[in-house]
Design a protein around this ligand. Sequence first.
Ligand SMILES: NC(=O)c1ccc[n+]([C@@H]2O[C@H](COP(=O)([O-])OP(=O)(O)OC[C@H]3O[C@@H](n4cnc5c(N)ncnc54)[C@H](OP(=O)(O)O)[C@@H]3O)[C@@H](O)[C@H]2O)c1
Length: 310
Amino acid sequence: MTDPISNETRFLHAIEMGLGAWQFGDRVFWSFGQTHNEADIQAAFNTSLAAGIRFIDTAEVYGMGLSERFVGEMLKAAGEPVLVASKFFPYPWRVHRWFMRRALENSLERLGLESVDLYQIHWPTPIVPPETLMDWMAELVKEGLVRTVGVSNFNPNQTVRAYTSLARRGIPLASNQVEYHLLNRAVEKNGLLERCRELGIRVIAYSPIAKGFLTGKYSAENLPPGPRAVTAAATLERARPLLKTMTRIAQDCGGKTLAQVALNWCICKGTMPIPGAKNAAQAQENAGALGWRLAPEQVAELDKASDEAV
Ligand SMILES: NC(=O)c1ccc[n+]([C@@H]2O[C@H](COP(=O)([O-])OP(=O)(O)OC[C@H]3O[C@@H](n4cnc5c(N)ncnc54)[C@H](OP(=O)(O)O)[C@@H]3O)[C@@H](O)[C@H]2O)c1
């Protein structure tokens, strides 16, 4: 059987885990300025780098550009090579290729970069078909502004359409970034994971610790800050038996934490998790998901507990 992974995108398949940067500057969902500040995110970034993490995911909409700006400053100060992924948000009025070019130029300016390693369509849109979006992307690749092209939140059909459209121009579809964790395995059940594997598309797992709910730190007495509090009671109730299984497996693995088990499970499933971290301690803990693997029986046990948590 021929290898479906193209040489241009092979680097993405070699990355086991990245760092999510939505937390960098986002006040509305992640309470930036209240639960964490600039010094905290700088420490999260430094700690991740020191732990060997060399891939960071941001977007033009995170903190309304602030995340990209912080990432840009941190990259400059670090002076080390870090792969950068950002995203184009297809607002309904962005109906011409000009909007994508302008958005990318603005992202690059904030990031302080001449090109981005991975440029993703943040969400599919009913207004501009995947084929057209990929046409716009292809032009940016040809100009050297974008190294590889990704999508995000695309279903199997939209993914294949994007893949086929790029392939016509000799460009591989590098990745699809989707929500994937032990409390949401929709992409496993709807065939997306399998389809991406067949086509050599890297699946990037966002919210890999279910926005903090898989760490075991939240309870009815300790609700998360911000909008997460609204759904917390139902989520925690649903997750209770799963968290118990995770706790036992974490202990069996020699004293790992629940977050580390959650992230390692994503890796075992062939995806690249990109946990967000608000501070050095979280980044350090998350990096501890690397360098070991859950046994296949443990993955199966987690699958079963996760199935029962629906
Ligand atoms: N493409 C998309 O549509 C999309 C959507 C969502 C996210 N993303 C990307 O995916 C990244 C990760 O997803 P996410 O931020 O939604 O969720 P996540 O990574 O599952 O959860 C991150 C949150 O969990 C808590 N946390 C992290 N590590 C922890 C640890 N070791 N111990 C205890 N708590 C910990 C922190 O919040 P608290 O301390 O406040 O609990 C942190 O903000 C984002 O940064 C972003 O880059 C993409």
